[in-house]
Write a protein of this length. Structure first.
Length: 435
């Protein structure tokens, strides 16, 4: 055979009926009835049936029925329409190449109905990803990221890449992964925050990054990772945080619309409904959110940030109103990082939540040098540790703001998944450093 594959399973149609095609993939199942055998072949798009007859091609028949499940093969044969088989087409093989024979038994089942524990699945992630429902998550993730890029480019944003090894904390605090950088101490970046802001003084006044976050938080929850990704943007010449929120809600709406349009098969496999938000997304002030929680019997001291339980209850309140996406705005300034623009005792900040989980946080930033230095000091940090960052504010910094939209959290909430670890290929959490 000249090539291993000419068509994927779902590309077969009436125009190929009676014609020669070549397919390739993993052997999912084998049914041997003596004189005839049915092999289910799985590729990236789905599955198809290979029907082989002992009398017609004895050598091919014998090789196929003696393969272990999950072996990799390439089959050249005639495509025939058959309404009784999956996809409506079967392949009658004329040539077979066994590309890789699988060991047995498998460490993890692919089509078995018995559910495996999360650790077993992650330890054998390469097999876990062969499952259609797991693979669908990452096909949707691909569309999520590419649709975000499309939207941001159309709105004048330039893609950038900032350092992941840095000399000081991005946002202050102690949740840092420390490393040795030759003779110096360094850290893994918590976010691209400081670099994004520095770029606002450069003339690149609208930037975005598909960013990596490294946060040494000792969480072990369904929504926390120690290594995660986000769509991170910064934009200059804004009047206030509403300009940033407008970009964010438009971005999320576009992502949802693109997933709904381009991922119909994956959505069906996962049995979910994608509902793009109505714009403008509802805004709830922090004080209003406290009152809503109080009516549900939840007391929270003014100035405290919302924990996962408070977020869940707020999400339930909004769900009863038929709302999945909503902003919480005007947080107390002490609940937000030093670079957040203050407004009296409040801040020009916002969180975007989806079904009771925060998926994005952003704000208008401080662009005044003296105010920024003061806020750094008020947060118990040393301005000298931020001297490179602060330099950008001395020589012409326009009003600006931005946000980080968590890719894994957005995906988890859109697809109604129970654990954020489902949404990244090889999760890193408090206990997992392999594979």
């Amino acid at each position: 055979m000249g090539v291993y594959r000419t068509h994927y399973s779902k590309e077969l149609s009436d125009k190929y009926d009676g014609k020669e095609v070549t397919v390739a993939g993993w052997v999912e199942d084998i049914r041997n009835l003596g004189s005839i055998a049915f092999i289910i072949l799985r590729d990236r798009q789905g599955t198809l049936q290979i029907t082989t007859f002992k009398k017609q091609h004895r050598e091919i028949f014998e090789k196929l029925i003696n393969l272990n499940r999950e072996s990799v093969i390439s089959v050249k044969g005639v495509c025939k329409a058959n309404e009784k088989v999956r996809n409506g087409y079967e392949i009658i093989p004329e040539e077979l190449q066994i590309l890789s024979e699988s060991d047995a038994p498998l460490p993890l089942g692919v089509v078995d109905k018995v559910k495996a524990e999360m650790d077993t699945r992650l330890d054998n992630r390469f097999i876990d990803l062969r499952k259609s429902e797991v693979r669908s998550i990452f096909m949707i993730r691909d569309v999520l990221i590419n649709s975000a890029r499309d939207y941001l480019r159309k709105n004048g944003f330039v893609e950038v890449h900032t350092p992941k090894i840095i000399a000081s904390a991005s946002e202050g605090g102690t949740n840092l992964f420390r490393l040795k950088y030759f003779e110096k101490d360094a850290f893994l970046a918590q976010s691209p925050q400081l670099y994004k802001q520095m770029l606002m003084a450069s003339g690149l006044d609208r930037v975005y990054e598909i960013a990596w976050y490294f946060r040494a938080e000792e969480h072990n929850t369904r929504r926390h990772l120690n290594e995660s990704t986000a769509i991170d943007i910064e934009m200059a010449f804004i009047k206030d945080e509403e300009d940033v929120m407008s970009v964010l809600e438009g971005l999320v709406k576009h992502i949802c619309e693109e997933i709904k349009e381009r991922c119909k098969d994956e959505i069906e496999t996962l049995n979910v409904e994608i509902k793009p938000p109505e714009i403008p997304v509802p805004r709830i002030r922090y004080d209003e959110a406290l009152q809503m929680l109080e009516k549900e019997g939840v007391e929270l001291e003014w100035g405290e940030d919302f924990g996962s339980e408070e977020e869940r209850i707020l999400g339930e309140i909004m769900r009863r109103k038929g709302v999945d996406f909503y902003f919480i705005t005007k947080y107390p300034i002490q609940a937000k990082p030093f670079y957040t623009m203050p407004e009296g005792g409040l801040s020009k900040s916002f969180d975007l939540c989806c079904k009771g989980v925060e998926i994005s946080s952003g704000s208008q930033r401080i662009h005044d040098y003296n105010l920024l230095v003061r806020r750094i000091e008020e947060n118990g940090l040393k301005p000298d540790d931020f001297r490179d960052y602060l330099k950008a504010f001395k020589y012409g910094m326009p009003p600006h703001g931005g946000f980080g939209l968590g890719i894994e959290r957005l995906l988890m909430q859109l697809l109604n998944l129970k654990n954020v670890r489902e949404c990244i290929l090889f999760p890193r959490d408090r206990t997992r450093l392999r594979p």
